[in-house]
Design a protein around this ligand. Sequence first.
Ligand SMILES: [Zn+2]
Ligand SMILES: [Zn+2]
Length: 269
Amino acid sequence: MRVVVRFRTSNLSFLCTPNKKMDRMLTSFQSLLLLWIKCYVMLVFTYLLLGWGVIYFNRILGPDKKIQSRESSQQATTRDFWQSIKSLISVSLMLAGGLYCQKVGLTLLPIKLTVFNTIPLLLISMVVFDTWFYWGHRLVHTKSLYKWVHKWHHQSSTPTVWSNNSDTFLDNCFLQSYFLFAPFFLPISGYILVAHKLYDQITGMIGHSGYEYSAGQLSRFPSPLVGVSFHDLHHETFHYNYATHFSYWDRIMNTMHPDYDEKIKTFEQ
Ligand SMILES: [Zn+2]
Ligand SMILES: [Zn+2]
C-alpha cells in the first residue's frame, strides 16, 4: 500500500518560502545603512582633510588675518574635535535619510539634471537652506530651547576649524534636518543634495577657522556673501549673524553685527 504524506502548506509556508515583507524590510534597512555609512565616511573624510588643510593655511596667512586675539585652549579644541566626529553620525543620517526617501519614491520626483539647471538648482537649495538655518538658528537661541539644544555649540567663543560640527543631536535636528526634508518640498536630485551638503561642510569649517580668508567687496554690503568674520562674530558676541551662506536675512531682520562690514574692510589692507 502506498502512503502519501501531505503537509498543510499554509502552516509550513514560513519554513518553505521566504517572508517577502520581512525580506523587503531587511533590504530597505541595509540600503539605508549603506547610504548612512557612505555619507558618514564622506563627511568625516572632508572634516579631517579640510581641518588639517585649514590649520596649514592659517600658518601661511599669519597673525594679520587672525580674527580674534584670543587663542582657543587645547582642551576646548579636543572637546570640539571628538564631539564633531560624534555629531557627524547624526548629520550623515539626515543626509542619508533624505537620499533614501528619494530613492524609494517617497519624495517629489527630482528634476533631471542638465548642464543648464545644475547651478540654478544648487543656488535654490542654498537660498532655501539659508532661510531654514536663519530661522532655525533664531529659534534655538530662544530662552526655552538654548540650554537644551544649542548651548554646546557656543562653548567656544573663539572657534577653530574643529568647532564646526561640535553640536548635539538635538541641534542637528533643528539645523541639519534640512537635508532630510528638502527632497519632500524641492524637486532636487540627490547629487544636488550631496553637493550642497559638501559645500555647507566646507564653508562651515572655513567659517569657524578663526582666520579671515575672504576679505573683499564680495564679502560685505551690498554683496549677500559673507567672510569668515561673519560667523566668528556670532561666536564672539552671541546675538548677531544667525544665517550661514548669505547675509541678507540678518540685514533684513536687523540682526547683522554693526561692525561686520568695517571688520571685513580692516582685513582688506
Ligand atoms: Zn548660535
Ligand atoms: Zn558656529
